[in-house]
Structure formats: C-alpha cells, structure tokens
Design a protein. Structure first.
Length: 187
C-alpha cells in the first residue's frame, strides 16, 4: 500500500471513528454509527487465521521445514567460516598470486553460498504461502461476504502491520468475532 493510500485510509478511518463531519451537519449519533454512507469495520485476521482448522498443522509443518532450512544454512555458514579461517592462517605463507587466487575462490564460494541461502529462504517463504494460501483464501471470502452483507466500505485488518497507524477505534466496529462465528458455521 502506498504511503498516500495508507494516509487516506488512516484519515478516513480516523474521520469515521471520530464521527467527524461539518459543524452544520452535526446531529446526535450513537457511538458505533459512522457518518452516513461510509461504513468501516475492523478485524484481526491473524487471530482468526490462527484459530482456523488446519492452521496448527500447517504451522507445525512449516516450523519443521524452517528449522531444517536454518540448520542447513548454519552448516553452509560454518563451512564458509572454516574456509575463511584456513585462508587467514595460511595467507602469510602464500605468494601474492596464490593469495589472490585463493581470495577470489573464497569470494566465489561466498557468492555461491549467499545465492543458496537466498534460494533456501525463498523456498521456505513459498512453502509457508503454499501451506496458508487455502486458509487465507477462505478467510478472505468470509470477510468479503461479511463486508458485502454489512455494506461496509472497507474492513481494516488490525493484525496487519500496515494498520499500525490506527491509534483507537470503536470496539463495536470490530467484526473479528463475527468472522470467527461465520467460519465455524461454514465447517
């Protein structure tokens, strides 16, 4: 989300939450009623996701795979550290051309290791997405259904770091429990 769009969303959310409107149009409203035409709700999608059937198993699977990747990465780093230490010990005894050759070989080895680590990280991230995608798709559909039913203009995810700009909101606009109930009903 661009900074400008994030500011717009935050501004609209604060506008709605504060019940702000032109002074001439101010009329008494209930605390949970936003200005006419604009309806915003909040959900903690991460909390709902963690409670979904299959999430614990997916998280456990991913954690095991992540830990295995971490061990593999640590082994690669240890091998590289060992090669560097061996080079540093023997570099004083090497001729300048041999030292340069070994140093270039170490740089190539380091570049190769970095590429493998990057690939390993991408593999783990893709696996996490693969494991969570069906649940996220289902959750998204439920939230979209509630958004359409409630005629909400937008639903802001309180569990999303991009929503961290929200300082306060009317808890009556939080639909997390409603999403959880809908999820349980659809099982």
């Amino acid at each position: 989300m661009t900074v400008a769009l994030r500011r717009l969303v935050t501004g609209l959310a604060l506008f709605t939450l504060a019940g702000a409107r032109p002074a001439a149009a101010q009329q008494p409203q209930s605390a949970a009623a936003p200005p006419a035409g604009i309806r915003i709700a909040f959900v903690n999608a991460q909390a709902v996701l963690r409670g979904m059937p299959g999430y614990a198993k997916a998280e456990s699977t991913w954690t095991k795979e992540y830990q295995a990747a971490q061990v593999e990465g640590q082994k690669m780093q240890a091998a590289m550290d060992s090669a560097v230490a061996a080079f540093q010990q023997s570099s004083a005894m090497l001729s300048p051309s041999a030292r340069s050759t070994r140093q270039k070989a170490l740089e190539l080895q380091n570049d190769s290791m970095q590429a493998k680590l990057q690939s390993l990280q991408e593999k783990v991230e893709n696996r996490q997405k693969e494991l969570l995608a069906p649940m996220q798709t289902r959750l998204g559909a439920i939230i979209e259904g509630i958004r359409a039913e409630g005629n909400f203009w937008m639903i802001i995810d309180l569990g999303n770091p991009a929503s961290a700009n929200i300082v306060a909101y009317d808890k009556g606009l939080d639909i997390t429990d409603r999403v959880l109930r809908r999820l349980l009903q659809s099982n």
